[in-house]
Design a protein around this ligand. Structure first.
Ligand SMILES: [Zn+2]
Length: 272
């Protein structure tokens, strides 16, 4: 069913916010590239600078490297990049983190928010999901004070909220997580791959462990897997948060022309 889009794509703002530098690239960069081609403004945000992502460099050294990598990736897309400066493996739902995430949402002023799934293999991802879900609501609440020295105005409405895939498309029990819908990213896959390749420090680290370019190859395997489920070359899968107070119409599905709702018999279950 066609859904009317009230704003033109040029007026729409998108915030993709996940835990670590490279999570957005793995799970939704192809979709972000489609939204950029449509003219949407995109901000990529990470909760941490990836301070745990090295066996050799100190936390501050690897953070500096990974901030540069994340910014280079965002530059390829023509997106803004912000880091919320929390720490790897220590993201928690606290008063401080709630304030930071709410302020980041207010500053990005999104119509659509793409974030981590509620249940995933890593606590940082689950905490991020919870914080972003709450911030999407809190951002329009007048008396939620972020104590930022230069606070952004309140949001006018709760943005459309989407969860990206879990790692390997399974929950913590190994059961498949069924997407609500897919976005065909075949046309933007090379941009997604180039963005992920910007995270050179992580790519080298994994290559040293596996002896192959597992970083890019695992991403490509997964996007082909999601693509096969809807009969295209590459796809990304999403679920929409449809709880009370959050918009329920599927703006992301309406915007992405190649997007598909979940097939009646999910291929993920048939091939698991
Ligand atoms: Zn992560």
């Amino acid at each position: 069913m066609a859904i009317a889009i009230e704003k033109s794509p040029h007026e729409l703002r998108v915030l993709a916010i996940h835990a670590h530098p490279d999570d957005v690239e793995f799970q939704c960069a192809g979709t972000l590239a489609i939204l950029r081609r449509l003219g949407c403004h995109v901000t990529i945000a990470t909760m941490t600078a990836g301070d745990g992502g090295s066996a050799e460099l100190s936390a501050s050294e690897i953070s500096a490297v990974r901030r540069r990598e994340a910014r280079a990736s965002a530059d390829l897309l023509g997106a803004d990049y912000v880091c919320l400066e929390l720490c790897d493996l220590r993201i928690d739902v606290s008063e401080d983190s709630r304030r930071r995430v709410t302020e980041a949402v207010r500053k990005a002023r999104p119509d659509l928010v793409l974030t981590a799934p509620p249940a995933d293999y890593l606590s940082d991802h689950e905490m991020t999901s919870r914080l972003v879900r709450d911030a999407a609501f809190n951002a329009s609440v007048r008396n939620f004070d972020t104590r930022d020295p230069a606070p952004a105005p309140l949001l006018g409405a709760v943005p459309h909220l989407y969860y990206v895939d879990t790692l390997e498309g399974v929950d913590i029990f190994g059961h498949p997580v069924l997407p609500d819908f897919y976005v065909d990213v075949s046309a933007t896959f090379e941009t997604k791959k180039a963005m992920l390749a910007c995270h050179e420090s992580q790519r080298r680290w994994l290559s040293a462990q596996h002896g192959i370019d597992e970083y890019l190859e695992s991403m490509e395997r997964w996007s082909r897997h999601r693509g096969r489920e809807i009969g295209v070359e590459h796809a990304e899968a999403f679920r929409q948060h449809r709880g009370h107070a959050y918009p329920r119409r599927n703006l992301l599905l309406a915007l992405t022309a190649g997007a598909r709702e979940r097939p009646a018999i999910p291929a993920a279950r048939a091939t698991a």
